[in-house]
Write a protein that binds this ligand. Structure first.
Ligand SMILES: Cc1ncc(COP(=O)(O)O)c(C=O)c1O
Length: 362
């Protein structure tokens, strides 16, 4: 059976991008974000590739994601639960599975305190240095140090904070966040961790004991106006479908639902077997580029559930059955995402179960 829509993930690209992380932050350990199914790339395959390269740690959002990795025998690399645990059962499971727990609130401390004294809990404390999403206020640091002293079984992994504006290179926010975080931890022992991809690429002061890249490992740029390639990264995922029809229309004919686009002249329209049920955003407007035979062709008319239509004038040699690139090398996901008013993060995470995944260079 020929798959309609294929996502080809090049694991060599992910290994390359890890090397870029290491070159950029050579003194930092790397906790690779593989949450959200490795940003839609497939958490097990990606985590295996990263483990083979001796990545220092993996980060997932929640217990379910961590267990998926453990079930796939990813047993050697430390795994951190970025949102921590939400019940006493999860707390016990985290200890049993040797998962690192990010603790962001006092109610989570209360949960962990219900575990037996002998339980070895690996704890990251998350501090709120200005993002105001999760984290203890910086003024809580002395209280947290006292909590650790009360629980000799708890093993401190480090002090983590998250940057809210690391992709805004002219903003003073990141420097302020780093400064207040540093000041709050003055003289406090334990590893530090600040930077996501944008933080580690753009803010040298954020390259501390641990960095936590996600997006850049998948080869996309977290920085506006730059592609992954321009940052030395290699896009890991290529999304492709096929032309299933080519039809010639006279000038003035409407195309697709709502008749939102009309042919300006006699011209060929290609029908591509991919739609919003595969993860191609319905809001992508006419003019969004796709690629056929190495040439960019604009999307025309509305994205429907299973199909999109394209203007084939720039690719007159195109034939039914030809592959069509939705994004990948030569057509950056960042660029396609910008047409949908979103980021590559959302494009990656939006791929659905109907897409067939293939892995190269595992
Ligand atoms: C706490 C934390 N660290 C690191 C990351 C990785 O971020 P990025 O994909 O921007 O590198 C995320 C992602 O949202 C996160 O929530």
């Amino acid at each position: 059976m020929t798959p309609r829509v294929t996502a080809t993930v090049d694991l060599a690209a992910i290994r390359h991008n890890l090397r870029v992380v290491r070159q950029t932050a050579p003194r930092s350990k790397v906790m690779a974000a593989v949450k959200a199914d490795a940003y839609g790339h497939g958490a097990v395959a990606v985590a295996r590739a990263l483990e083979a390269e001796q990545v220092d740690g993996l980060a997932v959002a929640c217990m379910e994601e961590a267990l998926k990795l453990r079930e796939a025998h990813l047993l050697h690399t430390p795994i951190a639960l970025l949102e921590g645990v939400i019940s006493i059962e999860e707390a016990a499971l985290a200890v049993y599975e040797r998962l690192q727990v990010v603790v962001h609130d006092h109610w989570q401390i209360a949960l962990l305190e219900q575990l037996p004294d002998s339980a070895e809990v690996q704890v990251w404390f998350k501090l709120d240095s200005g993002m105001h999403r999760l984290g203890f206020p910086l003024s809580d640091v002395p209280r947290l140090v006292a909590t650790l002293q009360r629980h000799p079984g708890w093993k401190l992994q480090g002090w983590l904070t998250h940057l809210s504006c690391a992709d805004e290179l002219d903003s003073p926010v990141t420097a302020q966040q780093i400064a207040v975080y540093r000041a709050a931890l003055e003289g406090v022992p334990g590893p530090r961790s600040i930077a996501n991809s944008a933080g580690l690429l753009a803010w040298p002061d954020a390259r501390v004991d641990w960095v936590r890249p996600g997006l850049m490992l998948y080869g996309a740029s977290p920085l506006p106006g730059k592609t992954g390639r321009e940052l030395g990264l290699v896009p890991a995922l290529t999304l492709e479908s096929r032309l299933i029809a080519i039809r010639e229309f006279a000038a003035g004919e409407p195309i697709g639902y709502g008749q939102t686009w009309r042919t300006p002249e006699r011209m060929p329209i290609g029908v591509v077997a991919v739609g919003y049920a595969d993860g191609v955003h319905r809001c992508l407007p006419s003019g969004t580029p796709l690629m056929v035979g190495g040439r960019r062709v604009p999307l025309v008319g509305r994205v429907s559930m299973d199909m999109v239509t394209v203007d084939l004038r720039p690719a007159p040699q195109a034939a039914v059955g030809d592959p069509v690139l939705l994004w990948g090398d030569g057509l950056p996901a960042e660029e396609v995402a910008s047409y949908a008013g979103t980021l590559a993060y959302e494009l990656f995470c939006g791929l659905t179960q109907r897409v067939r995944f293939r892995y190269r260079n595992g």
